[in-house]
Design a protein around this ligand. Sequence first.
Ligand code: BDP
Length: 326
Amino acid sequence: MTKTLIGALLASVAFAGAAAAQDCEVTFRSSDTHPDGYPTVEAVKHMGELLQERSDGRICVEVFHSAQLGEEKDTIEQTQLGVIDMNRVSLGPFNNIIEETKVFSLPYIFRSTEHMHQVVDGEIGQEILDEFQNHDLVGLAYYDSGSRSFYNSQKPIESIDDLEGMKFRVMQSDVFVDMVDALGGNATPMPYGEVYSSIQTGVIDGAENNWPSFESSGHYEVAPYYTLDQHLIVPEVLVMSKQSWDQLSAEDQEMVRQAAQDSVPVMRELWAEREAASEQIIEDAGVQIVREIDKTPFIEAMDPVYETHVTSDALRELVDRIRAVE
Ligand code: BDP
């Protein structure tokens, strides 16, 4: 590259930075573990655009994708402390912090994505979002995450018996540890970013996730067996630090909440597209996919998980109400 070209590039970068800093009175830093282009990343960017537009350029959002700000468990702590303003995470890592979030992380609690939508879009969804306020956070919106299924490097899982003794990584939540144990496997909670090399080196046999994460993480390259047992439909959540929130006027808070809500339908559309695209990539790569599997023994094996984690009347009532939603 010539010096002039480099100079021109640097000047334009500096200009863009200056313009952004000048226009925005406040820029919220938002964390995401997923790479650029992933539906959650794009949805938060979209939310930021809405916010910038509606605030006449005063309020902006900058998305730090690809775990640039850290792994979920750590970024959640930092969001509680106000070091990070916003965070898009799975609800799973909140289970050990906010008890009520466990009900959305119970295996087979949702009958389908439609059922999950009905619940999170309704009053139960709002009640659980409200719980974040008691933990230095503000729950803004739920995003989709499809359903999670097991993949591994060893063999096709054709029935529950095949899981016996296999080592699976789970997200850092006791619910998921107990879920894998109840299925006969051995659970290892670990950060998402360590899963690829852990499968590669044989520390674990596999993990579990949805189509887009299985694909974008490249896990399918080291774990070429995927079984659609669909044990979890855990929604994702977009949260804000209570500290950042408290700096906003009541009107701006409402604007933030609304922009987050308005990004949900966009996210759902992006999600549906990405699920299909990821499935295609994985199929084309030659991953052996077990699509038909008897889920009844999986569902029945979950009784101890419910017994261990649904321990209060309040949680039992939530579970019953979720099940009653049509
Ligand atoms: C993905 C979620 C992401 C989690 C990841 C995981 O979108 O938030 O970090 O699973 O398994 O589906 O840790």
